[in-house]
Design a protein around this ligand. Structure first.
Ligand code: UGA
Length: 446
């Protein structure tokens, strides 16, 4: 099948490369000509395990091509997937300008029957607007159906999530559109043995927003539980593990810590709440989810301040800058906000991240960058762990302690085991677990 994918961000490029991998003829389109040129050379403009190999495979066997021309997407594709960004406005409302622009450009070049499928995360009823926009712009000979095909991939495991999804959701008002999308996904659905869920347009749009909002709710819930644990001496990791044994709850997304960042969850919580409230449904629950999440940064910085007494003149090593491991994505990364606060408080911050440092350098000018995790902690008064990269979890604790001026670790992602840290001689504060080590029974606040 001939497929076009407009937008070569995480979702767009992964979708394009995976659909080429399973046998389709795919054209990836992006109006950033420089980006297109680098993809055409086999360079993926962000860190995503396994994606470079798939992109190169598609370019080499000719099943994947890229172009800066959105009208080419309309001419090429039996299906045109729209995967452009939907950033948040100040109010929380999703900004759909790029979606509308693509709809207009694509509409003018459509030929024959085409399915335009929105993959960008959009508020409910966007599909209707796309349909209307295309109806106004397309030639009378063009036959178009608009569908919603939300994407559930997680950065850092995007290839696996796309080739082995839990479910494929398609919302459309016409059987013909559903059948075309079913055909496109057949190789993936057959191999993964996953459900192919067919709904109307509005339901599919809602499934995406509701899923991301619910995942965010789980995270904020466990983070609020972590705060209660800290005041009672309980251990949130054990609480979460035992809660997760109940199949009605499940263990995923119950990791307490610095909270959720990235381009998707923070934006979608706000956008879903905004949409609900526009429709007259008060969704204050999501306001609380956001409030708890924002407060994680305050709580974490306060933990660091509490173990150091004052931030001024302290050397703080910061491990992890990306919003989560296996990505170089810094959008809404809690680590960046922590770095800003520490610098503002007067600390000297030395950061290390396995992949996100080149992207971080222009964003946090007042921070020093280290070549490896141990260089970052050399002479440090405190280590703050902000992203749970596996290289941190397997760090040599003796070396870590010996490099630091004072063996004090504040762990925002519960990477380490408290007993092991105490045994290795650290003062160790984490999220939702009792503080360990020689200093823990001494007063920690001024
Ligand atoms: C999220 C969703 O998980 C995907 O299903 C969805 O397709 C995607 O958004 C999207 O809308 O495009 P992603 O933003 O890649 O995926 O990241 P997640 O793995 O969901 O993590 C988000 C944040 O939550 C990270 O900062 C992570 O550290 C944090 N998190 C996650 C926790 O604090 N605790 C957890 O238990 C899980």
């Amino acid at each position: 099948m001939r497929i076009s994918v407009v937008g070569t961000g995480h979702v767009g490029l992964t979708t394009a490369a995976c659909l080429a991998h399973v046998g389709h003829q795919v054209l990836g389109v992006d109006d950033d000509a420089e980006k297109v040129a680098s993809i055409a050379r086999g360079e993926v403009p962000f860190h995503e395990p396994g994606l470079t190999e798939l992109v190169r495979e598609g370019l080499d066997n000719g099943r994947l091509r890229v172009s800066p021309d959105a009208s080419a997407a309309a001419r090429h594709g039996d299906i045109v997937f729209v995967c452009v960004g939907t950033p948040t406005k100040e109010s929380g409302e999703a900004n759909l300008v790029q979606v509308e622009r693509v709809a207009r450009v694509v509409a003018r070049s459509l030929e024959g029957y085409t399915v335009v499928a929105e993959k960008s995360t959009v508020p409910v009823e966007t599909g209707l607007w796309i349909q209307r926009t295309i109806g106004r712009e397309a030639s009378p000979d063009a036959e178009v159906d608009v569908a919603s095909n939300p994407e559930f991939l997680q950065e850092g495991r995007a290839v696996k999530d796309t080739l082995e999804p839990d479910r494929v959701v398609v919302g459309a008002e016409s059987e013909r559109a559903v059948e075309r999308l079913r055909e496109a996904y057949r190789p993936i659905v057959d191999r993964a043995g996953c459900p192919f869920v067919v709904t109307d347009l509005a339901t599919a749009e809602l499934i995406k927003h509701a899923s991301n909002a619910f995942l965010s709710t789980k995270i904020s819930f466990i983070n609020a539980v972590a705060d209660v644990c800290e005041r009672t001496g309980a251990d949130v990791e054990t609480v979460a593990a035992a809660m997760g044994l109940d199949p009605r709850i499940g263990p995923a997304f119950l990791r307490a810590g610095l909270g959720f960042g990235g381009e998707c969850l923070p934006k979608d919580v706000r956008a879903f709440r905004y949409t609900a409230e526009q429709l007259g449904v008060g969704f204050g629950l999501l306001g609380e989810v956001e409030r708890v999440n924002v407060a994680r940064i305050d709580a974490f910085v306060e933990k660091i301040r509490a173990v150091l007494w004052h931030l001024e003149d302290k050397r703080v090593a910061l491990w992890g800058l990306a919003f989560k491991p296996d990505t170089d994505d810094l959008r809404h990364s809690p680590a960046l906000e922590v770095a800003h606060r520490l610098v503002e408080g007067g600390a000297h911050v030395v950061a290390y991240d396995p992949v996100a440092m080149p992207a971080a350098k222009p964003l946090i000018g007042d921070v020093e960058f280290a070549a490896d995790p141990y260089e970052a902690v050399r002479g440090a008064d405190c280590l703050a762990v902000c992203t749970e990269w596996s290289v941190f979890a397997t760090a040599d604790l003796d070396r870590l302690r010996d490099e630091m001026a004072h063996p004090v670790v504040v762990d925002g992602r519960n990477v380490f085991h408290p007993a092991a840290m105490a045994a290795a001689g650290f003062t160790y504060a984490s999220m939702g677990r009792p503080t360990q080590g020689p200093d823990h029974d001494k007063p920690l606040s001024t």
